[in-house]
Design a protein around this ligand. Structure first.
Ligand SMILES: O=C(O)CCC(=O)C(=O)O
Ligand SMILES: NCCCC(=O)O
Length: 494
């Protein structure tokens, strides 16, 4: 158990009040449970199982953890069909920003803007609504990463990345073509899926990265074979991503050497394996999430930026999972202090809306209907994104998440040190609540997850042996105390 004296000293260190009056979660959710509530002896319970059996007749439900009652879920607690209420630190795979049934989002959902966005859904690029510019400016664009001024909206994280790849290819070919028009050979060959009309350029991604599951995005995904088997893939390159050793302070030289080695191999691939100007763009996550919560230092990312600039390669930062405040910055790549910003930043998940940011107008193709879909985004999601941004700003949730993340990290450090070998490689220091650690093996990891669920905490895995934390932005010290206690009990039990 995390002793009360330890909790007290952590709280004093971080000046986190135990008084609910200062709690944003309590303002939003006065009825939020004060601890997990378990009513069945196992989860999924009988009702959850019955609903899932029914679903299984018509939908592939084999990944179901449990069936959820979204009406009864509140704040940081997810309610299942049986009435169990679990503290949720997985949050729909990192996608619930402000807690379940947040009143500000309910208000946005009931607005007239939302009504018309839902029932008269526009083909956005052809028939945008009178208020789309305003919705973007007050929300998605108000939240834009430093120096980004434009956005292309999309439908999912995969779609966000794929549209960014298309922008990169069209940009690079426009540069090669200069002021010339498309040739007749390009126009005819492209209809046979052949060069020169179809691009022979590539997108480079990193070992263990995850960028989605559509054809282009899946070709850049490198985290698990099961995602890729039997699906045709582009023959695109991958470069190594650093494997850092922990605790970082004990491996400063080894980790630096590792990052230098990865940067050297990255540049070697560009120079030796590819003709000049064959790599249109690279895509990289600030923390490789699905692939195991793998971090690298600002030095590594600055190195990538320098090399891309040197070789006229575009840099796409995939913030689908890391974006929107959980890392202690609104955008995780702000941690890097790059000397030149990335060319594109993609988003989805916690923003509910998806798309990519950019600033160079040349990333917009030279003609309409090249980057295009019927929907190309969804105003209803942009309205929700606006409220999410406004609530984050109003309640200082970036700073608060950074603070509670430090508290959680230090609490975890104390616990994990007691179970060396079983749980190790704690990572995410000074990275908000974006915290993870490894387990001895996959079996230990999976058993810890089950022990947590038995104790009323819903928590997620990533990579081969990691456990990752992805709570909401309204996760506070009082939630962290419960989580730390459940984790310690679960570590002990396994
Ligand atoms: O598995 C997927 O398709 C996406 C989930 C994801 O982003 C993750 O697990 O980090
Ligand atoms: N990337 C798949 C995550 C699914 C899960 O383990 O919850």
């Amino acid at each position: 158990m995390l002793r009360a004296s330890v909790q007290k000293s952590l709280r004093q260190t971080y000046k986190l009040s135990t008084r609910f009056s200062s709690s944003v979660a309590a303002q939003y959710f006065p009825e939020e449970p004060i601890s997990p509530q378990l009513v069945t002896s196992s989860i999924p319970g009988p009702k959850s199982q019955a609903y899932n059996d029914e679903l299984g007749n018509v939908f592939d439900n084999r990944a179901t953890y449990f069936v959820v009652d979204y009406v009864k879920s509140l704040g940081n607690y997810i309610s299942d069909a049986d009435g169990n209420k679990l503290l949720d630190v997985y949050c729909q795979i990192a996608s619930i920003p402000l807690g379940y049934n947040n009143p500000a989002l309910i208000e946005a959902a009931k607005s007239d803007d939302m009504l018309y966005a839902l029932i008269d859904r526009p083909a956005l690029a052809c028939f945008p609504s009178t208020n789309y510019a305003q919705i973007l400016q007050e929300g998605i664009l108000a939240a834009a990463p430093p120096s980004m001024t434009k956005v292309w909206t999309a439908l999912s994280g995969s779609d966000a990345n794929e549209t960014a790849y298309k922008a990169a290819f069209m940009y690079q070919h426009a540069h090669k073509r200069g002021s010339l028009d498309f040739t007749s050979e390009e126009l005819s060959s492209v209809m046979n899926n052949e060069a020169p009309g179809a691009s022979d350029m590539v997108i480079l991604s990193f070992d263990r990265g995850f960028h989605g599951r559509l054809f282009g995005s899946l070709s850049t995904t490198r985290s698990k074979a099961i995602h890729k088997l039997d699906i045709p893939a582009f023959p695109w390159p991958k470069a190594p991503f650093p494997s850092l050793k922990y605790p970082l302070q004990d491996f400063i030289k080894e980790n630096h050497d590792e990052e230098i080695g990865c940067l050297q191999e990255f540049e070697r691939i560009i120079v030796e394996d590819y003709e000049p100007h064959k790599i249109a763009a690279i895509i990289v996550e600030p923390v490789q999430s699905e692939g195991g919560d793998n971090h690298a230092s600002s030095f590594f990312f600055q190195g990538l930026r320098d090399i891309t600039l040197k070789h006229d390669i575009l840099m796409i930062v995939d913030e689908v999972q890391t974006g929107v405040a959980a890392s202690g910055k609104f955008w995780a790549h702000e941690h890097w202090n790059l000397t030149t910003p990335p060319d594109m930043v993609t988003f989805s998940k916690k923003f509910q809306a998806a798309g990519f940011y950019f600033s160079n107008p040349e990333l917009q193709p030279n003609q309409p209907y090249r980057q295009f879909n019927t929907w190309c985004g969804d105003p209803s999601k942009a309205i929700i994104a606006r409220s999410i941004y406004q609530e984050i700003t109003k309640h200082n949730l970036v700073e608060k998440t950074a603070q509670v993340g430090d508290y959680l990290y230090d609490g975890l450090k104390q616990i994990i040190n007691k179970y060396p070998g079983k749980v190790l490689n704690l990572r995410g220091e000074k990275y908000g609540t974006f915290i993870a650690w490894d387990c001895y093996d996959a079996e230990v990891r999976n058993n810890i997850l089950l022990e947590c669920r038995k104790r009323g905490v819903n928590i997620g895995a990533c990579g081969d042996v990691a456990i990752r934390l992805r709570p909401t932005l309204t996760f506070e010290a009082k939630h962290a105390d419960i989580l730390l206690q459940v984790l310690e009990d679960s570590f002990k039990a396994v």
